[in-house]
Ligand binder design. Structure first.
Ligand code: AMP
Length: 133
């Protein structure tokens, strides 16, 4: 049903539960699973960007290793989360995005700001993982 699933994680413990659900769906549908974490900084000197990336990569890899994600399917991007997520959806023909209902930005209205923006911008399906904390 879904060929390509993209899971958006903000590398918190909740990110792990979102990725676990995305992986269960990928197994069920025989889909290719990717994950993305966005470092929400722009306009930083290249050296500093590199340093930030080096800091998050071990966490991204340790999450991705749990589900044997291919290296090419582990994305770390810079910028605004929803912009980067939507960009990947287009570039990689993603047909399902798995995303948390809220994250570090807290509960805003019914949906977190990232989930809301992604839902409005992508043409594919979006699975919202309801987070209670
Ligand atoms: P928020 O907009 O912070 O309420 O987060 C809602 C959901 O968007 C989170 O549970 C994640 O699935 C996703 N998300 C938030 N921030 C990021 C990020 N920096 N990189 C990737 N996904 C994110």
């Amino acid at each position: 049903m879904y060929k390509k699933i993209l899971c958006a994680v903000d590398i918190t413990s909740e990110g792990e539960s979102i990725l676990a659900k995305a992986n269960a769906l990928a197994e069920q549908y025989g889909s290719e699973l990717s994950m993305v974490h966005v470092i929400e900084y722009t306009f930083l000197p290249k050296d500093y960007q590199k340093k930030l990336k080096q800091e998050v990569l071990p966490k991204v890899h340790s999450m991705a290793d749990q589900y044997s994600l291919k290296k090419k399917n582990r994305f770390v991007k810079f910028g605004q989360s929803y912009v980067q997520i939507c960009d990947l959806v287009k570039k990689h023909d993603i047909d399902l995005v798995v995303i948390g209902s809220h994250g570090k930005h807290g509960v805003k209205a019914l949906l977190g700001s990232t989930a809301n923006a992604v839902l409005q911008q992508v043409e594919c399906d979006v699975l919202l993982v309801k987070l209670n904390s």
